[in-house]
Write a protein that binds this ligand. Structure first.
Ligand code: NAI
Ligand code: MG
Length: 490
């Protein structure tokens, strides 16, 4: 495994150059695995954001007039560079998130797949031709870029989060300002470096480091930013929608989840348990699509609970490839999750396993939490309705299918949902009636692919879908071009 090579201070990328924040301020980025300082990071504010938007504005005319095929070829070169530097990226992402090298490498595969898919859109970017009620007239729709795209992301799967937004935004002909996640600054910086070296023209992708209110909010407020795509919490998403709404900027929001996984009495319990553990605990539960509400039929509840507890106690927590999952992103996040579990306990829930920080010598200095299973939480308790973004899941006992479905839908969120059953009738009825943007049968609550639309209903988003070809609708305008002709003039 490579040791990542960080600059001492992670800079911004503006107009093709690495630049410090204009005030020279920095913040410390700690390693989630050790609690030690990993690097310092440019702490940008509105002046830096304005500079980045300026650069994106300047680069827009040439980039938007470039043919989509050429844009796609440049993005394919960026994608190849990611492949050539996969080990470097994985090492950097692992160091700054605490996930294992192998997990970070798999995430890099997802970013490469996204790059390939979106680069190929340069040769499609289809519109349609259609008819007219009037003789000698026909119509076609074409896609046009919007202008400068403001991209704001979470840290949980850093390279995939970057790829999911940057590739579709750029292939559509927009230029972009990416506000990197403060928890994963180096991955974004390295992406910018690779993109520049692979031939992305200066100013097409600018990357600003810093905190949300200081470096994200000015991007949202700036009237020169035509479209905002945000991946993060519902609270911040609502704030962004409010600000951007007042100037009628387009907004795409990929927000939180409280995703149900139903285990029926006819499910294969062993694979169901495997999928519950992966859904709840992989990436330390830091997934918008994490399975955090496990709804189990009464007939198999006790057996399934015991199986889960036994297998959860065998999970290994740490930063290595042999571990099942790593730390959470920072101390504040760890404290917030621990406090939520404590409040649940006080409200009458039982902690079946976990519920505490790992404080043995191997884990004490990192931000590690034991995998945690909770039962007897009431369906409307705080822990049942609010997203934790940590390795915690709750079990709920239900008598039958209709109560399982009702419980699954009893949530402010509606991102993903899953059912384990051998019955095609239950599977189809569940996928039809569950309120979610993604409905899965006999697998996990997560696992989206680059060519599939992803997004949620209710508080999980505002109805847009990324990536897939649906992302093209976020990042382009449709223009309807009407052609008339006169056969007498031929
Ligand atoms: P967060 O909402 O606190 O931050 C996300 C990003 O927004 C960061 O870059 C942050 O700096 C920025 N930000 C914060 N306040 C801002 C403001 N006032 N204006 C502009 N930008 C601001 O989210 P966090 O805690 O970093 O990530 C976890 C959340 O992200 C969870 O809710 C999770 O479900 C969600 N998420 C959603 C995904 C999806 O595709 N639906 C995927 C991954 C995470
Ligand atoms: Mg947050």
């Amino acid at each position: 495994m490579n040791q990542p090579d960080f600059p001492e201070v992670i800079p911004n990328w503006i107009d093709g150059c690495e630049v410090k924040s204009s005030a020279g301020e920095t913040f410390d980025k700690l390693s989630p695995a050790t609690g030690k300082e990993l690097c310092r990071v440019a702490r940008s504010r509105s002046a830096d954001v304005a500079q980045a938007i300026e650069a994106a504005m300047k680069a827009f005319p040439a980039w938007s007039l470039q043919t989509p095929v050429v844009r796609g070829e440049i993005l394919m070169a960026v994608t190849r560079a990611i492949g050539q530097h996969q080990n470097d990226i994985a090492a950097i992402a692992a160091a700054e998130t605490g996930m294992s090298f192998n997990a970070a490498s798999a995430e890099t595969d997802a970013a490469i797949a996204q790059g390939k898919f979106m680069a190929g859109e340069g040769r499609r970017l289809y519109g349609r031709t259609t008819t007219s009620a009037v003789p000698n007239k026909w119509a076609m729709t074409v896609r046009e870029p919007l202008g400068v795209a403001g991209l704001i992301i979470a840290a949980n799967t850093p390279i995939a989060n970057i790829a999911w937004k940057v590739f579709p935004a750029l292939v559509c002909g927009n230029t972009a300002v990416l506000k990197a996640a403060e928890g994963a600054p180096a991955t974004a910086w390295f992406f910018g470096k690779l993109a520049r070296a692979a031939g992305l023209p200066p100013g097409v992708l600018n990357i600003v480091q810093g905190f949300g209110p200081e470096a994200g909010a000015p991007l949202v407020a700036d009237p020169r930013v035509a479209v905002l795509s945000f991946t993060g919490s519902t609270t911040v998403g609502r704030e962004i929608a409010r600000t951007a709404g007042s100037r009628l900027a387009r907004v795409s929001l990929e927000l939180g989840g409280k995703n149900p996984l139903v285990v029926c009495d006819d499910a294969d319990l062993d694979p169901a348990a495997t999928w519950v553990l992966r859904s709840a605990f992989s990436n330390a539960g830091q997934r918008c699509a994490a399975g955090s509400r496990i709804i189990v039929f009464d007939a198999v509840y006790d057996r399934f609970r015991d199986l889960l507890i036994e297998r959860t106690r065998r999970l290994k927590v740490g930063p290595g490839n042999d571990d099942d999952f790593g730390p959470v992103i920072n101390a504040g996040q760890l404290d917030a999750v621990l406090a939520a579990v404590e409040r649940a306990r006080q409200a009458g829930a039982s902690v079946l396993t976990g519920g505490h920080r790992l404080d043995d010598p191997a884990h004490a200095s990192g931000f590690y939490m034991a995998p945690t299973i909770i039962e007897h939480a009431s369906p409307d308790a705080e822990i049942s309705v609010s997203e934790l973004f940590g390795p915690v899941t709750c079990l709920y006992r239900v008598p039958d299918f209709s109560e399982a479905l009702r419980r699954a839908n009893q949530s402010p969120y509606g991102l993903t949902a899953c059912i384990h059953t051998r019955s095609v009738h239950r599977a189809l009825e569940f996928t039809r009636r569950v309120q979610a943007g993604v409905a899965v049968v006999n697998a996990g609550t997560f696992g989206s692919e680059p060519h599939w639309p992803f997004g949620g209903v209710k508080f999980s988003g505002n109805g847009t879908r990324e990536p897939g070809t649906e992302a093209l609708d976020v990042y382009s305008n449709l223009k309807n071009i009407i052609l008339t002709f006169d056969p007498n003039h031929v």
